[in-house]
Design a protein around this ligand. Structure first.
Ligand SMILES: Nc1ncnc2c1ncn2[C@@H]1O[C@H](COP(=O)(O)OP(=O)(O)O)[C@@H](O)[C@H]1O
Ligand SMILES: [Mg+2]
Length: 259
């Protein structure tokens, strides 16, 4: 049986798709057989984030309509045990029923170690469909007050589901602001929302290029730590402020402020 995790958020645009793609890569780099599912029916975001757009002939709706076998709607990211099932492009979100989606996920569970579901924005039908098919939920927020406030609403909604665990990823944390105390600290956010931190991801342009992050980048390191936490529960967190602390760090921080 695989672990099924929905990646969700209160506010749109906080990084759900980016987190799903990068976390998927980080798990796959460790040899974990991972399937990413685009729960955003009607929009194809996840395949774009992975550089896998328009590769497949079939999608989730075709599987559900019995037009193809499940395996025909799953694409492999070359060179990794990482797979993606593109969202249904040609149907309206309401046409995919929660029960059918749950049954599909249960069926796929036998073939993968982890299934990550990129939850659609908002808390309407698509949210229910994705969450009710999952065992665990990860809530993504940024340190912005409006995002944290919306994350709080989602956390309250999630308590109505039968989940084995809920945890948080604070994304787009700016180390310079954190070092100067000018942004909410991820640990503070975790205390406010009363759920544990699974990961802290820095603001980093490289995060947008999940698939082509050949070189080291701060976000890649952070996603690797987050994947480690998922697998072992060890709780190591990336500290975006580290390079802005101490004497040299203060200079870096000042340079950044004046830039
Ligand atoms: N850690 C990050 N650093 C810099 N940019 C990021 C980071 N995470 C996400 N982004 C950018 O923010 C935008 C929204 O991210 P996305 O993953 O599409 O959000 P969502 O799926 O929640 O709507 C994208 O342009 C993405 O590249
Ligand atoms: Mg998205």
């Amino acid at each position: 049986m695989s672990n099924t995790v929905v990646i969700t958020s209160g506010k749109g645009g906080v990084g759900k798709t980016t987190v799903t793609a990068n976390l998927g890569y980080a798990l796959a780099r460790r040899g974990v057989n991972t399937l990413l599912i685009d729960g955003d029916v009607g929009l194809n975001n996840l395949d774009v984030a992975l550089g896998m757009e328009n590769r497949g002939a079939y999608d989730m709706a075709d599987v559900m309509a019995g037009k193809c076998r499940v395996s025909q709607a799953i694409l492999q990211v070359p060179g990794f045990p990482l797979y993606i099932m593109p969202s249904a492009h040609a149907v309206y979100s309401e046409q995919i029923k929660a029960g059918d989606f749950r049954a599909l996920i249960a069926r796929l569970g036998a073939s993968f170690d982890y299934i990550l579901i990129d939850c659609p924005a908002g808390i309407e039908g698509g949210f229910h469909r994705a969450v009710s098919a999952s065992e665990y939920a990860v809530v993504v927020t940024t340190p912005h007050l409006s995002a944290v406030r919306d994350a709080d609403k989602v956390v309250a909604l999630l308590s109505g589901y039968d989940l084995k665990g809920v945890s948080l990823i604070v994304n787009r944390v700016r180390g310079d602001l954190l070092a100067r105390g000018e942004t909410l600290d991820p640990k503070q956010i975790s205390r406010l929302l009363r759920y544990p931190l699974l990961g802290v991801i820095p603001e980093d342009d490289a995060a947008a290029k999940a698939g082509v992050q050949a070189e080291e980048s701060s976000s890649r390191t952070a996603f690797e730590m987050t994947a480690g936490n998922m697998l072992t529960g060890e709780g190591r967190l990336y500290d975006p402020a580290l390079r802005y602390r101490g004497f040299l760090g203060a200079i870096r921080s000042r340079l950044k402020k004046n830039a």
